[in-house]
Write a protein that binds this ligand. Structure first.
Ligand code: HEC
Length: 144
């Protein structure tokens, strides 16, 4: 067989093999994604919430993940949400009672989406998150 043909044959087999190996790699990446524990949970709210089962800090973690964008002392989105630590803002709402606050949170109010945007959270988890908000220590920088 002339040398030129051998080289061409080599290239053909080589590139075919590369493609095959690459497709294996892609297939592998696809099938391992849901069970990979190192993935960013931010994009997987259902997985994030599932991991919080029995976690005593669930309320705080849910707050940071779903509510802080509007309710933190320095919110990412300023939609005039009552900020945690704003004693005055929460004192009025505390008087409504836990059941009323739960109903408002479940259905949403004004700029706040239903369930505070955590559609995967259970009622008990949302209740724990509201308790975390109500127990948040008062900060000096009162907003409203
Ligand atoms: C997109 C912004 C936004 C997000 C996200 C958000 N909230 Fe709110 N929330 C608001 C605003 C605005 C109000 C004030 C509504 C009003 O009083 O008109 C509010 C009010 C509340 C209140 C008091 C109810 C009342 O009558 O004012 C509770 C309790 C509450 N939010 C809980 C939560 C919880 C828990 C989460 C996360 C699971 C959450 N919120 C996420 C915007 C948000």
């Amino acid at each position: 067989m002339p040398l030129k043909r051998v080289i061409v044959l080599f290239i053909l087999i080589g590139s075919g093999l590369c493609g095959f190996l690459f497709s294996l790699h892609l297939h592998h990446a696809e099938t391992t994604l849901p069970t990979d524990t190192t993935i960013e949970t931010f994009h997987y709210p259902a997985l994030f919430v599932k991991q919080l089962a029995g976690d005593p800090l669930a309320g705080e973690k849910i707050f940071k993940e779903f509510c802080a964008s509007c309710h933190s002392p320095q919110p990412l989105i300023d939609v005039k949400a009552p900020r945690v630590g704003d004693r005055k803002a929460w004192e009025i709402r505390r008087k409504l009672g836990m059941d009323a606050l739960m109903q408002i949170t479940l259905h949403g109010i004004g700029a706040m989406p239903a369930r505070g945007g955590c559609f995967e959270c259970s009622d008990a988890q949302l209740r724990a998150t509201i308790q975390y908000i109500l127990a948040y220590p008062a900060t000096s920088s009162s907003s409203q």
